[in-house]
Design a protein around this ligand. Structure first.
Ligand code: URA
Length: 237
């Protein structure tokens, strides 16, 4: 792919704007040698204003989604894309969230521009384990674990029972749940179905990938071996 198109697709500007960036000598190699639009240079050797180029297509990001941000590109309030460089919103192929977390849920949120990978992660067949910690309004009754694990629990206005969900009691009002599906508001609706209410919810892992190294609002691009961990079992699972 021509350098102009490659850089424009990464969201740095229109082809016209990127052509101008070449003319201005802003696009260089690591030694500061000016590059030209027709040069053939490995991705990792390209610098823009002395900064390395963003990762190429096939990128996967992990974010510690803070409370209050919505998983959409545009919304009235803060959206998760506001936490990324503005050019990440206009990359081609487009960068999407891998599933969604509610506005009032924090924790591990993945993004990718690789549609096939996205479907592999969210497909119920892949059974990727998503682990959440919930703080509840009322003490657990003690029978929730059996119902959640039954494989026959029905949520209101749904026609298929839920896949078995593992419940681990952490404290009388705190629980860890492990899901292999991602139905709409699933954790909140499951606890509502047993007469409880989720006051706070955070996703702590997807597969064997955790929030390690990230603070709320932070994100980073994942390495190959971290992407592979998405498909591994959670620690202790
Ligand atoms: N379940 C929920 O209820 N909300 C989320 O954000 C994720 C899972």
């Amino acid at each position: 792919m021509k350098l102009v198109k490659l850089i424009a697709n990464l969201g740095y500007g229109s082809r016209k704007e990127v052509t101008l960036m070449f003319r201005e000598g802003r696009i260089t190699d690591p030694d500061g040698e000016v590059l030209y639009a027709d040069d053939k240079v490995p991705h990792e050797h390209i610098r823009i204003d002395e900064e390395p180029l963003d990762p190429p297509a096939g990128m996967v990001l992990a974010m510690y989604k803070p409370l209050g941000a919505t998983c959409s590109r545009k919304d009235i309030g803060r959206v998760v894309y506001d936490l990324l460089p503005p050019r990440y919103r206009v990359r081609d192929p487009a960068l999407s969230t891998v599933g969604r977390l509610d506005r009032d849920t924090s924790g591990l949120l993945l993004f990718t521009d690789d549609g096939a990978l996205l479907h592999r992660i969210i497909s119920p067949k892949a059974r990727v384990a998503k682990v959440y910690e919930a703080t509840l309004a009322n003490d657990l009754r003690g029978d929730e674990g059996v119902l959640f694990a039954s494989g026959s629990m029905m949520l209101e206005s749904e026609t298929d029972p839920l896949e078995p969900v593992t419940l681990e009691v952490l404290e009388p009002r705190r629980a860890r749940v492990t899901l292999t599906e991602g139905r709409y508001h699933q954790v909140r609706r499951m606890f509502a179905a047993v007469g409880n209410h989720v006051e706070a919810l955070s996703r702590i892992s997807v597969g064997a990938l955790t929030l390690e190294g990230l603070q709320p609002g932070e994100w980073r691009a994942l390495e190959e071996q971290e992407i592979a961990r998405i498909f591994a079992s959670p620690a202790g699972g």
